[in-house]
Design a binder for this molecule. Sequence first.
Ligand code: SF4
Ligand code: SF4
Length: 82
Amino acid sequence: ALMITDECINCDVCEPECPNGAIYQGEEIYQINPGLCTECVGHFNNPQCQDVCPVACIPHDPDRVESHDQLYQKYLQIMLVK
Ligand code: SF4
Ligand code: SF4
């Protein structure tokens, strides 16, 4: 999963780009629900939020490193419950 750092300026452009609805407004900055972030696997070739963030504050979460296959399995699970 990706994560949003405290460099976030709350510009709001990433939230509507997420195909999984994983991005939400937290108490101070935007946040990513790691249970819903597939790093855009299943939808796009590259993370859509990273593409639009004007301050590049959406890195990979070092505590949540996932393989492409794990991300794809997460995508399938999300599609099942939708
Ligand atoms: Fe959503 Fe994709 Fe960004 Fe993850 S990488 S938060 S799935 S837009
Ligand atoms: Fe924050 Fe970047 Fe999302 Fe804007 S695009 S709300 S700066 S994480």
